[in-house]
Design a protein around this ligand. Structure first.
Ligand SMILES: Cc1ncc(COP(=O)(O)O)c(C=O)c1O
Length: 399
């Protein structure tokens, strides 16, 4: 069967096999705890749902402009200005079908074959796939738990000098690590970027409203307003408004960049769903307490998962500043061959935990972090406790 060459480097998601097996086990009636979900377990807040229903009743069933409804673009611009302190106008905004699609648009509309895109690792697994689909070359900058999984200015500068990238992708707070850049750290990163004017920065802030323990999220464009026209900020409604199924995201960038992205979008997906956009306007107008209540629920679950992990001396993770994931350090359990057990890496470890411990996790290898397992804590408190106990006990039995 013919397959386009651009797909050669893109593999079906590593996590698929584990998720499929977990679903199969559940269908057999087995009680599997899953830490796999990358989405809030909440239903979208009711006023957002009502606004979309109302839009349908009013006959909002037609195409909208490719860039999104003018009212939504204006709302995003003023919401972003107000919440993040970066002066933004409507013509700097494009609405698309999820954060994923706007990132894909941004990559596709600026990466030529062979162009290098720098991506700190661990990373969200779609970034390198998108760069490959654009025939670009992803180059990873490794970070580890000791660096709080944040790229240092020195490593960044070395990588820029060595690889001459056209694009750098920064994700704060980060999926999968929960790491996030403080204002102080970003200032140092900005000082490096200032020296290399040819590097565009894709700044993915989709988890910006989900930060914990007093951490203050800050935008790169806020600490470095002089870099603003080089930054493509991407975000969306999925995570903080519990709207994953609505498929709505946005990018904020220089109007000239928005025009280029609009041309591409006009020949691929056109506009985001009309009545979903009406719901999004309502989301941005909601009383902030609605998002805050969900954030507090995640903060509580974050404490629960950290407390449970702390009960097992062989387990550790970096306490996340944001998003809803922890990266469980499992390096001690990735090379175990004895009796009837053969575990050589995190993928096999995740399979073992699923079969023997009835708990589904995502292997770190999927995110460029071998030796780790990603656990989402966007789930019920009691399942978090049950799941970590299962992981801890299953691994303790391996020693
Ligand atoms: C880091 C990051 N960026 C972007 C997205 C895209 O989300 P969506 O397409 O649902 O808006 C995700 C979703 O998992 C993510 O984790």
């Amino acid at each position: 069967m013919k397959k386009a060459h651009r797909l050669n480097q893109v593999q079906a998601s590593l996590t698929l096999a584990i998720t499929a097996r977990a679903a199969e086990m559940r269908a057999e009636g087995l009680d599997v705890v899953s830490f796999g979900a990358g989405e809030p377990d909440f239903i979208t807040p009711k006023p957002i749902i009502d606004a979309a229903k109302d839009a349908l009743d009013r006959g909002m069933t037609k195409y909208t402009p490719v860039t999104g409804m003018p009212a939504l673009r204006a709302e995003i611009a003023s919401w972003y200005t107000k919440n993040f302190g970066v002066e933004t106008k409507s013509d700097e905004v494009i609405v698309g079908i999820g954060g994923k699609q706007v990132i894909y648009n941004a990559v596709m509309s600026m990466v030529d074959p062979g162009d290098v895109v720098l991506i700190p690792a661990p990373y969200w697994l779609s970034y390198p796939a998108m760069v490959h689909l654009a025939d670009g070359t992803p180059v990873f900058i490794p970070t580890d738990q000791a660096d709080e999984f944040l790229v240092s200015p020195e490593k960044l500068e070395d990588a820029i000098q060595q690889y001459h990238p056209v694009l750098l992708i920064l994700n704060s707070p980060c999926n999968p690590t929960g790491a996030a850049y403080s204002a102080e750290k970003l200032e140092k990163i900005a000082a490096v970027l200032r020296k290399y004017p040819d590097v565009t920065i894709l700044w993915d802030n989709i988890y910006a409203q989900l930060v914990y323990n007093g951490f203050k999220h800050v935008e790169l464009a806020k600490v470095a307003p002089d870099l603003k026209n080089r930054i493509i900020t991407t975000g969306g409604f999925s995570k903080s408004f519990a709207m994953t199924g609505w498929r709505l995201g946005f990018a904020i960038a220089d109007p000239a960049r928005i025009k280029i992205m609009t041309t591409l979008q006009s020949h691929s997906t056109s506009n985001a769903v009309s009545f979903a956009q009406a719901g999004a306007i309502e989301a941005l107008r909601l009383d902030p307490s609605v998002v805050e209540n969900m954030r507090q629920a995640f903060e509580r679950r974050r404490s629960i998962i950290l407390n449970e992990i702390a009960k097992f001396p062989d387990l550790s993770c970096l306490p996340p500043n944001g998003a809803f994931y922890v990266m469980l350090n499992c390096t001690k359990f990735c090379d175990i061959v004895k009796n009837d057990v053969a575990i050589h890496n995190d993928v096999e470890l995740a399979q073992y935990l699923l079969e023997k411990g009835m708990v589904a996790t995502v292997p770190g290898t999927a995110f460029g972090a071998p030796g780790y397992l990603r656990l989402s804590f966007a789930m019920k408190d009691e399942d978090i406790i049950k799941g970590i106990q299962r992981i801890g006990n299953t691994l303790a039995a391996l020693k």
